[in-house]
Design a protein around this ligand. Structure first.
Ligand code: FAD
Length: 448
């Protein structure tokens, strides 16, 4: 059943050249790049802080799978990493040989200044899922504020909401989850514990978290854990000098549609239920965890995939695995896919199964990269809209590679640069000269 809502009046809060929706890695890359092109930029974020999944879902060990690769991070991502390290160092992380990680709490503080200093107008607590479209062009984006709707007049829009909320509102077609049943990867509610005996967990300069995960998986598969959550792995991201284990990536809810508030409610509550059970298990079974206690639960359940907005090109897993070259490539990234089974199936799946037969994962090998074409960022049917991050145009398995946090910032940087270029040349993003775009990205130290 549906009802017709009465027409409303919205306050026109302001206007901007480029409006970026979503302040995660993609949105940060997009907003900073667009602002540096000399444009007026507003960044709208529904939460009270920036960072997206890194800060809101505690995904603090972003590039762990790139350890030992010669692949160089570049562009705004590399600048951000360096700036964070200079200001906050290792944040008490005691794993000396591991790739750099973040404390998501310090990162929130860092992003305020990093994005603000680029000249971006940051609007927090600004949920957006409504647009005014005239002849295929978005004229206004509407913030759902506590004082009522507030409209922003826009020239270019970049959707970095992860869920493609603005593209969806503008009527762009999309795919979601596996083709057959639209099931996404599970939602995960990460958490932190304190009071772990850090010294007891370090041997020869390396912590034992990976080893604990290996044993846990064996025990889970042998039916020995007695835990009710269906996740069989327990990746743990950071161990600090003071005995904090941050980013415990375990409680998972399966069959959750990330765009349904009813499903999200079920997922949050289900995941929280698993946490005390797991804490008790770790105290009893993990050496060094005897005196541990729950410290915090991530602000929100996190998702690895959601709507993938159909664009002028749909990146496929074959493109990723063959390292296909595109003349309009705007990002290069190590060949990689990592897709948790939407069914909690314990088999080892393969990319060809498209998620129907278990966990699909391949970590990058040195020298094997893939390219992301600009056309994946151009949603069908809307002229002044770009997407960036995990909601760009890709098949389900390919998305599990492009969803990597630093890759999301690369597509964000490309989208922000393209929006600036479109305004400079008086065209829409679809007509941007991609040779010029690639030159501009190279001039920003992006390795293409
Ligand atoms: C448990 C978990 C573990 C992961 N592990 C890794 C890992 O180890 N390495 C890795 O590289 N990646 C990992 N990922 C994937 C990675 O976190 C995401 O793919 C990445 O953060 C996507 O970036 P994004 O900017 O596209 O979207 P997001 O990070 O989701 O950011 C979207 C932003 O938009 C905001 N937003 C959403 N809707 C609206 C709206 N309507 N209005 C206003 N604002 C809105 C959100 O609040 C958020 O800040 C993991 C993800 C999860 C959930």
């Amino acid at each position: 059943m549906t009802i017709i809502l009465p027409p409303r009046t919205a306050l026109v809060y302001g206007e901007t050249d480029v409006l970026v929706a979503g302040g995660g890695p993609a949105g940060i890359g997009a907003a900073v790049a667009a602002a540096r092109s000399g444009r007026r930029v507003m960044l709208l974020e529904k939460r009270g802080f920036l960072g997206g999944n890194i800060t809101a879902a505690y995904v603090e060990t972003c590039n762990h799978f790139m350890h030992h690769l010669s692949f160089q991070t570049s562009g705004i991502w590399a600048e951000m990493e360096e700036g964070y390290r200079a200001q906050f160092g290792r944040s008490g992380d005691i794993r000396p040989n591991a790739p750099h990680r973040f404390s998501s709490e310090y990162l929130k503080i860092f992003f305020d200044a990093f994005v603000g200093n680029a000249g971006v107008e940051i609007c927090l607590h600004s949920f957006v899922n409504e647009v005014v479209v005239e002849n295929g062009v978005i004229s206004h984006v509407v913030i759902q504020g506590k004082q009522g709707p507030a409209a922003i007049k826009v020239k270019q829009v970049i959707d970095c909401t992860g869920d493609g909320d603005l593209a969806f509102a503008a009527g762009a077609p999309f795919d979601q989850g596996r083709d057959r049943d639209h099931r996404c990867q599970p939602g995960t509610l990460n958490f932190r514990i304190g009071g772990v005996d850090a010294a007891a967990l370090v041997r020869d300069g390396n912590d034992q978290l990976k080893e604990l995960n290996r044993r846990f998986r064996e025990d889970y598969r042998a039916g020995k854990t007695g835990l009710s959550c269906k996740r069989q792995d327990i990746p743990m991201g950071r161990l600090t000098e003071n005995g904090l284990v941050s980013y415990i990536n375990y409680p998972c809810a399966y069959g959750v549609d990330p765009t349904s508030f009813a499903d999200l409610t079920r997922g949050e509550i289900e995941c929280r239920r698993y946490i005390p059970e797991l804490c008790a298990y770790m105290k009893e079974n993990f050496p060094g965890f005897e005196k541990s206690e729950l410290v915090s639960i991530a602000p929100e359940i996190g998702f690895r995939d959601s709507r993938r907005i159909r664009g002028d090109y749909r990146l496929t897993i074959d493109d990723v695995l063959s390292g296909r070259h595109f003349d309009d490539a705007i990002a290069v990234y190590p060949q990689f896919y990592d897709m948790l089974s939407p069914d909690a199936n314990m088999n080892e799946g393969s990319p060809r199964d498209a998620g129907y037969n278990g966990y699909i994962c391949s970590y990058p090998k040195d020298g094997l990269n893939f390219e992301i074409p600009y056309r994946c960022l151009l949603p069908l049917g809307v002229e002044n809209l770009l997407t960036a991050g995990r909601c760009i145009s890709a098949d389900h398995v390919a998305e599990s590679g492009i969803r990597a946090i630093s890759a999301c910032m690369y597509t964000g940087q490309a989208a922000g640069t393209a929006a600036g270029l479109a305004l400079q040349n008086g065209v829409n993003p679809r007509s941007v000269n991609t040779t010029e775009l690639r030159e501009k990205l190279r001039a920003q130290n992006c390795i293409l």
